[in-house]
Structures are given as structure tokens and as C-alpha cells.
Ligand binder design. Structure first.
Ligand SMILES: *Cc1c(COP(=O)(O)O)cnc(C)c1O
Length: 380
């Protein structure tokens, strides 16, 4: 084996980078509080580890989609505030309330199910201001807040927050942002008139946090940017984007290096044919490990200080890159993506190569290979 070579492909997560990103975002958005969103296994970076790094950087809140994700954080020992918003409260909200989670209700039915437990539940109300995903419609909102205020007066729930979610925060010039923010302010006024005084009002995700200070309210919900990725590439000001440090590196030892002749084709479907003799490197990761097949023939990796273009289709377990005549030994490291500071591609580059967003690239990296945590330090 090559000295120092990797034994197998790996996903490396730098917890120091997550801490620095969260600390930077908190500073940028102060005095708003920070909710670090750790759903979907911390966007592929690990639920519990990412959450711990976020807490160390001062994140007052954690956000998850499902109750199960939030329960896993409690089981791992997290005792801080956690909001979940998707299947809340679930068929029986008792366990979630007992675990001291803040639940989200979209409807009177959900509120009643929570109140029916007889437990002192903390609930946030979500209003749909134009994304048309979860949340009460504007038409249903007055009745929902009136009902919530009544339940609160009789001591059956505490309404800790009112929130909504933006559809187009990565396009700051879109009129959708002004419209949603205006509707949110109106919904807050209706809630206030009904007697609600929530602890936190919140609207912004990462792009809203970075690009729209008027949407910060009492708290921002940052997912992607916490992991060091830019939610609005090309739009985020360079001095802000430059502070984000991608926390995930994916790398693999080349399984084989070999020459091919002009006229030979590579991978399924023979979609790429060598015009001249070259050398190929076999990267032992494929779509079974999260490498997007849509990046076939367009993705790049870094080997031995240079970018190496992919040739042909991504397979389930492997893909092939063009080493352009170089002959590094098998076992040489191929960096699929990293923070870009060593010249390697980034998750954003892979997103562009596969016509998607960096959110999807990092979240996919949950294949058969282990995740390894490193810590570059920088405890805030
Ligand atoms: C995922 C999610 C977020 C985080 O979004 P980012 O763009 O990753 O910051 C915030 N709020 C809600 C409701 C979400 O579902």
C-alpha cells in the first residue's frame, strides 16, 4: 500500500469549520438569535456532531424537520431549545412534549391534539406567506391564532413562536421576498391583536440571514451556511461568502491507474471515447455513495495537485477520471470535493456539474463509507 494512502473512501467533516461558520453567522445576524438547522443528518454532516458544534458556537436553538430527529438529539444529551416542524406533533405528541421540544402547529386540529395531552406544551405557529408548503393559510390564520390564544389563556399551551418560510430568499431581487415579509408582518399583527406575545418571530433561512436583514426578526434559521456553503452563489457579497468554510471533504484512494489507447471508450454506454492515448484513474465511489450520476462526464476531482475530468458515466460503485498521461500510483488520493482551498472542487462545483444545488450534494453523501470527524480548532 502507498504510504499514507487512505484505506477506503471517506467523508471528512471539520467540526471547527462548523463552529466558525455558526459563530460568524451569529455575529452577522445579532441581535437575532441563532437556530442551526440540523435536519437530514445535519445536511449529511452528522446530526449529533453538527448539533454539538453549533451549540459550542453559541447556537441558542436547533431546528429539525421531524420529531424523531429532535428526539435523537435529546438522546444524545442536548438539553437546549429544539424546534421541529414537519410531522409535529405526530400521532401522539406526548413523547415529544415530555422531551421538552418546541413543536410547530399548522392547524387548530394539531393544536387540539397537543392540548389534549394535558401536558405543558410549547408550540410555535406557522403561517404560510407564499411558499404554499406547510403552515396555516392567511384565510385560516385569524381563527388559528384566536384558538391558540384561548388555549394559552387557559394554561394549556404556551405559544413560543410564530414563523414562516421564504420561497425566494436566494433571489433577493424577487418581489416574492417583499410580499412574504409584508404578509408575515400582517400575520404577526393579527396574532398580537389576538393577545399572543411569542418569544420568537422568525422568517429567514440562510439566504435570508445573509441577504435580507429586514427578515431577521428575533431569530434566523441557518442550515446550509452553517456547513460553510453559500445558499446564493454569485449573489452573496464576496466578503460574506469568503467567510463561509465548507466543512465537508469527500476523498477516495484511486483503485487503479492504467493507460488506454485512442479510440477506446469509457464506462457504460461508451459515452466518451479517447481521442488520443491517455491514462485513467478509477475512483471507487459511485451513485451508491451519493456521487450524482447527472455529473457523468462533467464532474472533476483533484489528484496530485491537478483537476481531473470525469470520463463517461458514473456507476453505482465507481467512476473514471482522465489523468491526462500522468501515472500516479494506485492508492493516490482523489479529492472529490473539499473547501476548495487546495485547488480541489467544491460541493458547489459538483452541484453545477449535475444541475442541482449544493444542499443536495452534501446531503447525498451518506453512502457506504465512514464519516470521519476532524477538528481544525478555533473554538469561539
Ligand atoms: C431547511 C429549512 C431551513 C434551513 O434552510 P437553509 O437554506 O439551509 O438555511 C430553515 N427553515 C426551514 C423551515 C427549513 O425547512
Amino acid at each position: 500500500m502507498l504510504p499514507g494512502a487512505l484505506d477506503h473512501p471517506e467523508v471528512v467533516v471539520d467540526l471547527g469549520a462548523i463552529r466558525r461558520n455558526v459563530a460568524f453567522l451569529r455575529e452577522l445576524c445579532a441581535p437575532a438569535a441563532m437556530m442551526t438547522v440540523v435536519k437530514a443528518d445535519g445536511y449529511g454532516h452528522g446530526l449529533v456532531e453538527s448539533a454539538r458544534a453549533a451549540r459550542e458556537a453559541g447556537s441558542e436553538w436547533l431546528g429539525t424537520a421531524t420529531v424523531a430527529e429532535a428526539m435523537a438529539l435529546r438522546e444524545a444529551g442536548d438539553t437546549g431549545r429544539i424546534l421541529c416542524w414537519l410531522d409535529a406533533p405526530g400521532p401522539d405528541p406526548t413523547a415529544a412534549i415530555d422531551a421538552d421540544l418546541d413543536l410547530t402547529a399548522y392547524s387548530i386540529d394539531e393544536l387540539d391534539r397537543i392540548a389534549a395531552t394535558g401536558l405543558p406544551a410549547r408550540v410555535q405557529l406557522k403561517v404560510d406567506t407564499g411558499l404554499s408548503r406547510g403552515g396555516a393559510t392567511l384565510a385560516d390564520w385569524p381563527a388559528l391564532v384566536a384558538h391558540a390564544a384561548e388555549l394559552e389563556r387557559t394554561g394549556r399551551v404556551t405559544i413560543t413562536g410564530i414563523w414562516s418560510h421564504l420561497s425566494s430568499s436566494d433571489e433577493p431581487a424577487s418581489p416574492a421576498n417583499d410580499r412574504q415579509e409584508q404578509r408575515f408582518r400582517e400575520a404577526l399583527a393579527v396574532a398580537e391583536a389576538a393577545g399572543l406575545r411569542p418569544e420568537v418571530r422568525h422568517l429567514a433561512n440562510s439566504a435570508g440571514a445573509l441577504l435580507r436583514p429586514s427578515a431577521h426578526f428575533d431569530l434566523v434559521r441557518c442550515g446550509l451556511a452553517s456547513y460553510g456553503l453559500d445558499p446564493a452563489p454569485g449573489v452573496t457579497p464576496a466578503d460574506v461568502a469568503g467567510r463561509l468554510e465548507p466543512a465537508m471533504t469527500v476523498q477516495a484512494p484511486l483503485a487503479m491507474v492504467k493507460p488506454i489507447e485512442a479510440g477506446e471508450s469509457v464506462s457504460y454506454g461508451a459515452t466518451w471515447t479517447a481521442e488520443r492515448p491517455t491514462t485513467l484513474g478509477l475512483v471507487p465511489m459511485g451513485y451508491g455513495d451519493g456521487i450524482p450520476r447527472h455529473a457523468s462526464s462533467t464532474g472533476e476531482v483533484e489528484v496530485d495537485g491537478a483537476r481531473r475530468p470525469m470520463r463517461g458515466r458514473v456507476c453505482m460503485d465507481q467512476f473514471v477520471v482522465d489523468l491526462g498521461g500522468d501515472t500516479p500510483p494506485a492508492g493516490e488520493t482523489a479529492v472529490i470535493f473539499g473547501n476548495g482551498r487546495g485547488g480541489e472542487p467544491t460541493a458547489q462545483d459538483w452541484a453545477e456539474a449535475s444541475d442541482t444545488i449544493s444542499y443536495e450534494i452534501v446531503t447525498r453523501m451518506r453512502g457506504r463509507y465512514p464519516r470521519r470527524y476532524v477538528d481544525s480548532g478555533g473554538r469561539p
